[in-house]
Design a binder for this molecule. Sequence first.
Ligand SMILES: Nc1ncnc2c1ncn2[C@@H]1O[C@H](COP(=O)(O)OP(=O)(O)OP(=O)(O)O)[C@@H](O)[C@H]1O
Ligand SMILES: [Mg+2]
Length: 258
Amino acid sequence: MSILVAENLSKVYGSRLGKRYEALRQFNLTVEKGEFIAVMGPSGSGKTTLLNLLSSIDTATSGKITINGSAITSFSKNKLAKFRRKNMGFIFQDYNLLDTLTIGENILLPLTLNKVKVSEMKNKLSTISKQLGIGSIIDKRTFEVSGGQMQRTAIARALIHDPAIIFADEPTGNLDSKASLQVMESLSTLQKVSKTTTVMVTHDPFAASFSGRVVFIKDGKLFNEIHRGDNRQTFFQDILNVQSLLGGNTDDLQTIRF
Ligand SMILES: Nc1ncnc2c1ncn2[C@@H]1O[C@H](COP(=O)(O)OP(=O)(O)OP(=O)(O)O)[C@@H](O)[C@H]1O
Ligand SMILES: [Mg+2]
């Protein structure tokens, strides 16, 4: 069953000042239920644009998006906000945690917004924080934990309301290799266990190798896509090979950290 279908998706930025830029061109994508896909491509190729449209953070110039059978591109703002809260989970590069709340309170936010019972919230928090290896830090504040722990908190928050689909933009972008490994192992295991569908944008071939399919974008258009076999190491090598075919500096910003 397809959980996400994007048809002829286009995005044109900034027509007011006369300069138009077509960041996404007639893009098509179908994602099956339970799939974990990665979106890769050179800087400026349209990855974040695509993710923002699919996740309804931004609106498409033209085209249609169907999620879980609903054509969200024709939803009103209000309906969209409700749909998003119930059906989507988000993970960002800079975690987007609230520093006035504890780790546990951050994880519970989607349930608080959906008015779930306190006893049920406690159970869910306990289960998911243990699964992610952050059970011992739920009473800490964000500034008392590591980047990897913050990102695992964000993963817990993205998953706690059992969303149909999770959107992640560069989830390992701020992490060192050890924390990246933990975060990607957690994300891929949990998304399998909960049968959630995940769409992840990344520059990082290592992170992408945890997915089941990598979609490569170039100049706002599909360049290629590859599927994973049994072996993650082999898939990692395949990803590197397509990246070199893609040309350009696929990870030009990756090595420069300010
Ligand atoms: N709000 C905006 N207004 C005008 N142009 C934009 C805007 N956002 C993005 N663009 C342009 O659209 C193109 C695609 O940008 P996008 O952020 O989707 O790229 P990306 O693939 O995510 O790149 P990166 O890997 O650097 O994050 C770029 O040329 C960018 O300059
Ligand atoms: Mg981006």
